[in-house]
Design a protein around this ligand. Structure first.
Ligand code: SF4
Length: 251
């Protein structure tokens, strides 16, 4: 998506932009990657990308920024950093003239209304952009379903939802973000051994049953060393760019 939209921003033709996106997929296929998972996922993602570029060929916006990185100090020695999928100016429809954030989400199923309502990412991004001088007040959650289905009409695989938070909601969300960031910074100052000593496993059927960390947790609960398991089964999270960059800023 990044290559596709960068090409669009640079005013390449639609065909050239699609080719730019397909080039990235092709490079990934010939690179060193996890083939067992990708054998299922890659064909459907490739298909969805092509369907997406056809369905949204004429989008109602002008692209201002692709994968833009923004930072803002929150006070207390912490910085909030984010990477936007897209920042656009709406050129048609009800929000013409407004700037908006577009956040791509590849998802198995469309998010529920509650999940969308409670998602903090776009409000955090809007708050940050506003503080940095942007006029953006709205965002769109750009959902793309990658599940194989019998009915794959566009309304079943693509859905864009307006996110239009109040100023109070953005302020409240960022107050929590700042509190958490300062807590993380303070804990890091105390060192890893203190963190481990302070962590309290829940040992509950409902959470352990679905927990991604059950393997190392089980090993450490036995009093054994989980370092090899952590090294072979896990890698640093690259999904929530904010937290990753936040941690880097704190290191
Ligand atoms: S398995 Fe997961 S949820 Fe259960 S105690 Fe360990 S870390 Fe906590």
């Amino acid at each position: 998506m990044e290559a596709y939209y960068r090409a669009k921003q640079a005013e390449y033709t639609h065909t050239e932009a699609v080719e730019a996106g397909m080039d990235v997929i092709a490079e990934y296929i010939i690179s060193d990657h996890d083939e067992t998972t990708d054998a299922e996922v890659l064909p459907i993602v490739t298909q969805r990308f092509l369907e997406y570029t056809l369905y949204y060929k004429n989008e109602p916006w002008r692209i201002i920024d692709v994968e833009g990185v923004y930072n803002i100090p929150l006070g207390g020695g912490v910085t909030y950093a984010l990477t936007l999928d897209l920042l656009v100016e709406i050129i048609r429809g009800p929000f013409v003239g407004e700037q908006a954030i577009i956040d791509h989400k590849w998802t198995h199923d469309f998010w529920t209304p509650t999940a969308i309502q409670m998602a903090a990412q776009i409000p955090k991004y809007l708050w940050t952009l506003n503080k940095l001088g942007s006029t953006a007040r709205i965002g769109f959650l750009n959902q793309i379903r990658y599940r194989k289905m019998k009915d794959e009409t566009p309304d079943k695989i693509f859905r864009r939802v307006l996110i239009d938070p109040t100023q109070q909601r953005m302020d409240n969300i960022m107050a929590v973000q700042k509190k958490m960031a300062i807590e993380i910074a303070n804990l890091k100052l105390l060192g890893k051994s203190h963190l481990l000593a302070e962590a309290t496993p829940s040992y509950s059927k409902s959470t352990c049953d679905k927990c991604n960390f059950v393997a190392p947790c089980n090993i450490e609960t036995d009093g054994r060393d989980a370092t090899d398991t952590l090294r072979t089964m896990f890698k640093p999270n690259t999904y929530d760019y904010n937290e990753i960059k936040l941690r880097r800023n704190l290191e």
